[in-house]
Every structure is written in structure tokens, then in C-alpha cells.
Design a protein around this ligand. Structure first.
Ligand SMILES: Nc1nc2c(c(=O)[nH]1)N=C([C@H](O)[C@H](O)COP(=O)(O)OP(=O)(O)OP(=O)(O)O)CN2
Ligand SMILES: [Zn+2]
Length: 118
């Protein structure tokens, strides 16, 4: 069974490795959406794969490190592309929630990166 929980955060960033003519080389902001997808058996008693409340409790402190921050200033996010943010979240949330199977980071409703650990 797969379950997904979505979170949002606001943050500023610039992409340091694009040409100066690229508009994302300038500081700007996004309303990011993060989806944590978890996979595992359904507990026959609770009916849960993982309690959504437990997902929220585990991810909340990581979300607080991102929300209303300049992502470039966060350790490990010097180049804060959607791809690199997804890996950053995976590396930190997977040890807390082993059932996490994918992390999706949306910069816009039309553009996102998905990381499944590879
Ligand atoms: N593969 C990736 N490509 C791009 C990324 C990324 O993380 N991975 N990021 C960006 C910039 O962050 C850029 O800001 C993307 O957002 P935006 O400029 O808003 O792009 P839109 O096409 O949605 O903008 P519109 O104003 O709606 O046209 C670029 N590429
Ligand atoms: Zn951007």
C-alpha cells in the first residue's frame, strides 16, 4: 500500500550554476510543495501504513529549516534545485521514516523532481 502526505513551504533561492543570463540566477522565491510517499503493509489493527500524524511529527522540524529561509544558506543546499532539495529531504527524512519510498518537490504546479533514493 502507498500513502502520500503533502506539505508546503515558502522560500527564496537563486541557482548559482546557471549562466548569468538565466533568470533563475537572480534571487527569487517559490511556494514549494513537498510530497512524502510511504510504502508498506497496512497494520491490521490501526488500518495505517504509517499514521499521518507521525509523518507530520517527523518531517515538521525539517520543514521548519526550509520554510521562510534562503535555501542557498542551508548546509547542503548551496545549489537548491528541485532535484537537490528532494535529495536533501530524502537523506534526512529516510532515517526517521524508513517507509518513505519517494520524495517529490514541486517548484510550481507544473514542475517537480521525484527522488526514490537513486
Ligand atoms: N530541472 C530543473 N530546472 C529548473 C529548476 C530546477 O530546480 N530543476 N529550477 C528553475 C528555477 O528555480 C525557476 O525559478 C523555475 O521556476 P519559474 O521561473 O517560476 O518557472 P516557470 O516556467 O513556472 O515560470 P513562469 O513565469 O510560470 O513561466 C529553472 N529550471
Ligand atoms: Zn526558482
Amino acid at each position: 500500500m502507498k500513502i502520500t502526505q503533502a506539505f508546503t513551504f515558502e522560500a527564496a533561492h537563486r541557482l548559482p550554476n546557471v549562466p548569468p543570463t538565466h533568470r533563475c540566477s537572480r534571487m527569487h522565491g517559490h511556494s514549494y510543495r513537498v510530497e512524502l510517499c510511504l510504502q508498506g503493509p497496512v497494520d491490521p489493527h490501526t488500518g495505517f501504513v504509517v499514521d499521518f500524524f507521525d509523518v507530520e511529527a517527523a518531517f515538521g522540524p525539517l520543514l521548519a529549516r526550509l520554510d521562510h529561509h534562503c535555501l542557498n544558506e542551508i548546509e547542503g543546499l548551496a545549489n537548491p534545485t528541485a532535484e537537490n532539495i528532494a535529495v536533501w529531504i530524502w537523506d534526512r527524512v529516510k532515517p526517521l521514516l524508513p517507509a518513505v519510498a519517494a520524495v517529490r518537490v514541486y517548484e510550481t504546479a507544473q514542475c517537480w523532481a521525484e527522488y526514490e533514493g537513486v
